[in-house]
Design a protein around this ligand. Structure first.
Ligand code: BMA
Length: 325
């Protein structure tokens, strides 16, 4: 992977309305442009987090919105004048971590939703990136949903990450990637396990789908995030933080994407650059967008340190080779 020299490609200073942390974006190519939906946590400053940490106060409150940016080259972005997707009422605290896929020509958004009753994963469609129609919301707790860009065997498919706790008897956090299918993007079922967090040798803790998969002749190429517990305290606003977030990549069977063809034996991206290791939560790489260009270049967009949005590129053949090794 090559980190783009202009990284971070989007941060709070590019946003013309209240913004503090701009990260975990979804990106797609639509009608000749790159479209990005990004998460914006605002309403609390860096000074406030540090003060909270120093005085052992609870999490400084953020509000979250989803904003839009567009680009001609996938590198330089123009941010829209106001947020395009947000929800906040007595039950819903916020929607965040958007992932974008163009499914048979139609933009489809997956998102996470914090509610008083648990964490839900949503699927919504849009024709204009201004109005979003929510088609489905999962039972809690589930999130990190990403859609495949076409029907497989006649059905839509998504990767998702439920969060079993009770059945794990208070053991270490180990969440896995699952796949569900749908005839209409509303009703989801035929759910099956794809990859266990415990089976990622270089991470071993919880994992989750990252960017929506792209089709290659060798299989569906898809990134995931994986948590590695580290001894050292990572530089972040909290007193103690030991979860490092890395990116991995795998190749799934074209006909049955619950089957893994191959998976990279090493992380695809680990936090190394200063904008990845230092921030609100240092040591976090959280991909949410992946674009395969006609030239064979793959653009991977990722949130870094829960603070900014970044871009790294690679050659599709090399990524496939990593999985098939
Ligand atoms: C995950 C989610 C992401 C976040 C990541 C690192 O559990 O909350 O939104 O980027 O943790 O803090």
């Amino acid at each position: 992977m090559n980190r783009h020299p202009l990284n971070p490609i989007l941060s709070a200073r590019d946003v013309p309305y209240p913004a503090t942390l701009v990260f975990n974006a979804g990106v797609c190519k639509w009608q000749g442009k790159y479209v990005m939906l990004f998460r914006d946590d605002y309403g609390s400053t860096e000074t406030q987090w540090r003060e909270a940490a120093a005085r052992n106060l609870p999490w400084p409150g953020f509000s979250t919105t989803v904003g839009i940016a567009t680009s001609d080259d996938g590198v330089r972005w123009a941010v829209g004048p106001k947020p395009v997707f947000e929800m906040h009422d007595d039950v819903v605290q916020r929607v965040y971590d958007p992932r974008l896929a163009v499914v048979e020509g139609r933009p489809v958004l997956c998102f996470a939703m914090d509610t008083r009753d648990g964490l839900r994963g949503g699927v919504a469609t849009t024709d204009d990136f201004e109005n979003f129609r929510i088609l489905s919301l999962s039972a809690p707790d589930n999130r990190n949903m990403v859609l495949f860009p076409e029907r497989i065997g006649g059905r839509y498919a998504r990767l998702e990450r439920p969060m079993p706790v009770y059945s794990r008897y208070g053991g270490p956090e180990r969440f896995d990637i699952w796949l569900s299918e749908s005839p209409d993007l509303r009703f989801w079922g035929d759910t099956r396990l794809v990859l266990r967090g415990a089976d990622v040798p270089w991470a071993g803790s919880k994992i989750g789908p990252a960017a929506p998969p792209v089709r290659t002749p060798r299989g569906w190429l898809t990134t995931f995030h994986a948590v590695r517990m580290v001894e050292r305290n990572l530089p972040n606003w909290e007193r103690e933080w030991h979860k490092e977030y890395l990116a991995g990549i795998m190749l799934l069977d074209l006909e049955d994407p619950s089957k893994i063809i191959g998976i990279s034996r090493e992380p695809l991206l680990a936090p190394e650059a200063p904008y990845e290791t230092v921030g609100y939560r240092g040591g976090v790489i959280f991909p949410g967008g992946m674009v395969l260009e006609d030239t064979g270049e793959v653009k991977i967009y990722y949130g870094a340190a829960d603070t900014v949005e970044c871009l790294a590129t690679a050659d599709v053949g090399e990524l496939i080779a990593l999985c098939e090794r």
